[in-house]
Write a protein that binds this ligand. Structure first.
Ligand code: SF4
Ligand code: SF4
Length: 355
């Protein structure tokens, strides 16, 4: 039965929780190549809590070093806003120092892999990910406008370097399809161990929201579906409603049924936790929820003129060219917008909300 660790922690004492995770989920690290993948969505300060906290990464690196691996690589492929700025992103997030000399730009070498032709027949995956004997994923406890929560499964989206992530957003074209595509990326190389930064989490309009929540936990598991199911329940959401977890279960990647998950620690829903707009009711086949999904696909980004600096980043990076600056404010073409929420994710001023 899959087990999920829920361990109290602060950023000062998180080494205790991380050590416990390695005891509960031992990995064959001695003499092996280990890749540690934090969530580096974009270049941002650790105080914004958009990315995995440096204290968590430093604790994981320390535990891996103790087990005498042949090689440690710490790497990720940041999202749209930080293409071509891999090292700069790690530095700004405080993760370059926390990597203890093991940082590498894993976006520079990739290997083509067969993919689901419904999205793309081939994708390129970071070579370091495919060559790792042990892959350790360090997701952050956050909400996400498209997948509701961005946890263990979604953190694997970063194994794809460069603009493929945007292209796949466009190919998926709808929120339910995006849920399914994320699982297809995840199963290209499922990580062996997940240690989640849930000390300070994010609620509301994630994955780059300003609404932070103190949670005071480190979570860990060796199964992504079980871990994300626990995260969903902590957020007050039934995991069975999330299409990406349904899809993962259909593919035999794990189960979200609480009866089939052993807990090491106490699971308590976070009071009045704020989910993204519409609660991300991403289940296929349920007419009520299909209506909600339809409504969700009609949500459009809108820029706040008080915050927008007309930098043009969102316009340049929209994967379908749906944005244009008009009178120094981005305007969306609703016919072209595929509601990928990349513009919200990448705006440096957090000026975009979903309406
Ligand atoms: S909305 Fe954000 S990314 Fe777009 S132009 Fe304004 S400040 Fe730049
Ligand atoms: S306008 Fe924003 S949400 Fe719409 S397709 Fe472009 S990046 Fe995605």
């Amino acid at each position: 039965m899959p087990r999920v660790m829920i361990h109290p922690a602060t950023y000062q004492d998180c080494l205790v929780a991380v050590r416990r995770a390695f005891e509960l989920f031992p990995q064959p690290i001695a003499g092996k190549k280990v890749l540690i993948k934090p969530n580096v969505l974009r270049a941002s300060s650790p105080d914004e809590h958009i990315t995995t906290n440096p204290a968590i990464l430093a604790a994981v690196v320390a535990c891996v070093e103790e087990r005498r691996p042949a090689e440690i690589i710490v790497g990720d492929n940041p999202g749209l806003m930080s293409y071509g700025a891999n090292e700069a992103s790690f530095r700004k997030c405080g993760l370059l120092d926390a990597a203890g000399g093991h940082y590498r730009n894993i976006g520079l070498e990739a290997v083509e892999q067969d993919f689901n032709p419904a999205w793309l027949p081939k994708v390129s995956v970071s070579r370091a990910v495919l060559q790792a004997d042990v892959l350790i994923s360090l997701p952050k406890f956050k909400t996400h406008g498209l997948t509701v929560l961005t946890g263990a499964v979604k953190n694997s989206y970063g194994i794809l370097p460069g603009a493929q992530k945007a292209l796949l957003h466009r190919k998926a074209g709808s929120p339910p399809a995006f849920h399914e595509m994320v699982v297809d990326v995840f199963r290209l190389r499922p990580p062996d161990l997940f240690i989640m930064d849930a000390v300070v989490g994010m609620q509301g309009n994630g994955p780059a929201s300003t609404e932070l929540r103190w949670i005071g936990q480190v979570l860990a598991a060796d199964n992504a579906v079980a871990l994300d199911a626990v995260v969903a329940r902590m957020m007050g959401l039934d995991p069975a409603r999330l299409r990406f977890l349904q899809r993962a279960r259909e593919l035999g990647l794990g189960d979200y049924d609480p009866a089939g998950i052993e807990l090491d620690g106490a699971l308590a829903p976070i009071p009045e936790f704020k989910l993204p707009p519409l609660g991300g009711e991403a289940i296929a086949g349920n007419p009520n929820i299909q209506q909600l999904m339809q409504a969700r696909s009609q949500v459009r980004p809108q820029a706040d003129p008080e915050r927008c600096t007309a930098c043009g980043t969102c316009v340049d990076q929209c994967p379908v060219g749906a944005l244009a600056l008009v009178d120094d404010l981005p305007r969306v073409d609703p016919e072209r917008c595929i509601t990928c929420f990349c513009c919200q994710e990448m705006c440096p001023e957090k000026a975009i909300s979903l309406r």
